[in-house]
Design a binder for this molecule. Structure first.
Ligand code: ASP
Length: 443
């Protein structure tokens, strides 16, 4: 077991293939952006027909089909993984312990993440140095898109989010992609199933194990195309946008990505080393397929199948813990998102000259920790949450338009931190937990 890099077909290990796909997509995308655009008479960049054809007929569809295949597996996975995780954890005491540790991990590690972000913005002041004229121009460019986000942010009031945790109709929650609602239902279902020892429940759990095994089998098939899909996704992104959007906001991007990097490459390794007793380099090697999928899809939910596969087959942690932590973590544990929310709120406060006292910054910290739990695991899922936090602190929420041009790139980075955080949580929470009782009985 625990090789983490078992070849997904062919001789080369999956993580090597994915890394190659990643590099090929990024480099080819950069070259295609340079040679596939001309500046038109109106001074705007125009895409040449050949690049348009490659994007429309090859790379976009390949990337989209891959995303659909992943999303297709999310619902059966979330339900079966969570119910089985709870049933396998079994007695209420153990469940309380694992649940409590998971909650403590989410709150503490998200808190550390937000703090890193807040300190970085306070030290480097990226919002203070932006030329107001450049700022206004950037905001005007994305004003309509920002208005939509602000509207969604207002609709998603804290109470609304709280109410959506308890779904009126679990099927509707699934259809509407309300994963938190589905999880709540699955948790209750699992708790009830764990407390019953009837023949019917045993059959149901056996069937659910079947659903889970089948889904995992499908994931293993889908993941074979991941290296090509990762290349296609990155090519599409870079070849159509290039990196020029990053230039005017270079300092903001550097602060956000730098803070994310500190969390990913300093905080996580320290936690893994001292609490998880795992070599961080080994961890990163094993987690790589999930990290690369997260980076190229910008979606924790779309990455969940890969995350679970890594937890199940590579980390060497008890399966039930991985199922429980990673499934819940895909929407509730978002370290990178929480950090980013703090960075944006403070950055825009600086840009608009809104003074936030230390007390208010502590409040921002708390809101961002909650925001990391409430944001959806989809591209840009945190933007409506950020809009609603901005309103709370009297910062113009339309300001979000300022960062929309660079959001996708930072989203790729923060999603990677989010997903890695779920796997780090799995390692930490597994410490001291007994190994799987069914280990070895399953293939
Ligand atoms: N894209 C992020 C995720 O799926 C959420 C966000 O921060 O927008 O984890």
């Amino acid at each position: 077991m625990a090789t983490g890099t078992s070849p997904a077909g062919g001789g080369m290990a999956l993580h090597t293939k994915m890394l190659i796909g990643f590099l090929v997509g990024a480099v080819a995308g950069g070259i295609a952006y340079e040679f596939g655009h001309v500046v038109g008479a109106d001074g705007l960049k125009q895409t040449l027909p050949w690049l348009q054809v490659v994007l429309t007929w090859i790379t976009q569809p390949v990337g989209t089909i891959f995303l659909h295949l992943l999303f297709m597996l999310v619902l059966p996975l979330v339900f079966s993984a969570l119910v089985l995780g709870v049933v396998e954890i079994g007695d209420p005491k153990a469940l309380g312990r694992v649940g409590g540790r998971t909650l403590a991990f989410i709150l503490t590690v998200s808190g550390i993440a937000v703090m890193i972000g807040l300190v970085a913005v306070n030290v480097f002041q990226p919002g203070a140095g932006i030329d107001p004229a450049v700022g206004q121009a950037l905001m005007a460019e994305s004003a309509t898109q920002a208005a939509g986000i602000v509207e969604r942010g207002e609709a998603a009031s804290a109470m609304q989010v709280l109410l959506s945790i308890v779904p009126r109709n679990p099927l509707a929650a699934g259809v509407e992609n309300n994963l938190i609602g589905v999880m709540f239902f699955a948790l209750l279902f699992g708790i009830a199933a764990a407390s019953l020892k009837t023949e019917g429940v045993r059959t149901f759990v056996g069937t659910l194990q079947g659903v889970y095994d089948i889904t995992l089998k499908l994931i293993n098939a889908v993941i074979r195309i991941a290296p090509y899909a990762v290349a296609a996704l990155l090519f599409t992104l870079i070849a159509s946008r290039g990196f020029s959007a990053l230039v005017p906001l270079a300092k903001f991007v550097a602060v956000a990505v730098g803070a994310l990097a500190v969390h990913l490459f300093v905080v996580f390794p320290l936690l893994l080393w001292f609490i998880g007793r795992m070599n961080p380099l080994e961890f990163f090697r094993r987690a790589q397929p999930a990290m690369l999928t997260a980076f190229s899809t910008s979606s924790s939910s779309a990455t969940l199948p890969t995350t679970l596969r890594v937890a199940e087959e590579s980390l060497g942690t008890p399966k039930r813990i991985g199922r429980f932590v990673c499934t819940l973590g895909a929407t509730a544990n978002m370290n990178g998102t929480a950090l980013f929310e703090g960075v944006v709120v403070l950055f825009l406060a600086q840009f608009f000259g809104v003074e936030l006292s230390l007390g208010q910054q502590v409040l921002v910290l708390l809101m961002c920790i909650l925001g990391g739990i409430g944001a959806a695991g989809v591209p840009g899922g945190s933007l409506p949450v950020i809009a609603s936090i901005l309103v709370m602190f009297g910062i113009p929420p339309e300001g979000i338009a300022l960062i929309l041009g660079v959001d996708r790139f930072i989203d790729m980075c923060r999603t990677t931190v989010n997903v890695t955080g779920d796997l780090v949580g799995t390692v930490l929470i597994s410490r001291g937990e007994p190994p799987d009782p069914l280990e070895g009985a399953r293939q």
